[in-house]
Ligand binder design. Structure first.
Ligand code: MN
Length: 235
């Protein structure tokens, strides 16, 4: 029997794929916190003499995504005076599962992309102070930006290479994927112990040091070695 909806369901959110007519349909957006030691320190974490802490995760709604070809327009959000940029490698899953073994995990990654995890840093600081949820600091409208993806079959699985971000021509973030505390395979394995992953899931894998504030009118250019660049403007 055909389901009759009270109103038309929203169209799926999608990301273009370089060199392909088909686009990547997005199911869910997961993000990893503090996955580069230098960024963890700039956010106030103490050095972990005992070693790396387990990864932690948060989510953004799929419809928080801004993607497409060319320069992406991103609206400066309400309820903040301190919108921060976080440049991140995005892993786009073509298959999923639960309790995925780390040595099987990269087989789930269909494509990679360059993404921005936009953050209302002032709202996040208040949430941390009060022990409140992070949702409104991380999962607001247009908070997840993603450049066109490249198929892993073309670029290989990314474990090292430059990750960088420029604002108005000035370099602000400059790191290397090899600095990730938890590489992509480990992130997928750990995340799949918490939720069942599936095709369409995007995973934002954390940001290197150098996060900072964005202003209306800022022009952003960002990249990860081997992937299509991200171009955006804050409006
Ligand atoms: Mn982030």
């Amino acid at each position: 029997m055909n389901t009759v909806y009270l109103f038309s369901p929203p169209a799926p959110v999608s990301v273009p794929v370089a060199g392909q007519d088909a686009v990547f349909p997005v199911r869910r957006i997961f993000c990893v916190g503090r996955n580069y030691a230098e960024h963890a320190r700039e956010m106030g974490a103490h050095d972990q003499a005992a070693g790396l802490e387990p990864p932690f995760f948060f989510s953004k709604p799929a419809d928080a995504l801004v993607s497409g070809e060319g320069e992406l327009a991103v609206s400066y959000p309400p309820q903040t005076a301190n919108l921060h940029h976080e440049i991140e490698l995005v892993a786009a899953l073509g298959q999923g599962g639960a309790q995925i073994a780390a040595d099987q995990a990269l087989a789930c990654v269909l494509a990679y992309g360059v993404g921005l995890d936009l953050t209302r840093r002032d709202v996040q600081a208040r949430a941390k102070e009060k022990g409140h949820p992070w949702d409104m600091s991380k999962g607001f409208d247009q908070s997840a930006v993603c450049a066109p993806l490249r198929l892993a079959a073309e670029c290989g699985h990314l474990t090292q290479g430059r990750i960088w971000l420029e604002i108005n021509g000035q370099l602000r973030q400059d790191g290397d994927l090899a600095q990730m505390g938890w590489p992509v395979a480990q992130i997928i394995a750990n995340l799949s112990t918490w939720v069942t992953l599936a095709a369409g899931d995007l995973i934002y894998t954390g940001t290197p040091a150098g996060v900072g504030a964005l202003l209306r009118g800022d022009v952003l250019r960002a990249g990860v070695a081997g992937l299509p660049e991200l171009h955006a403007r804050i409006i």
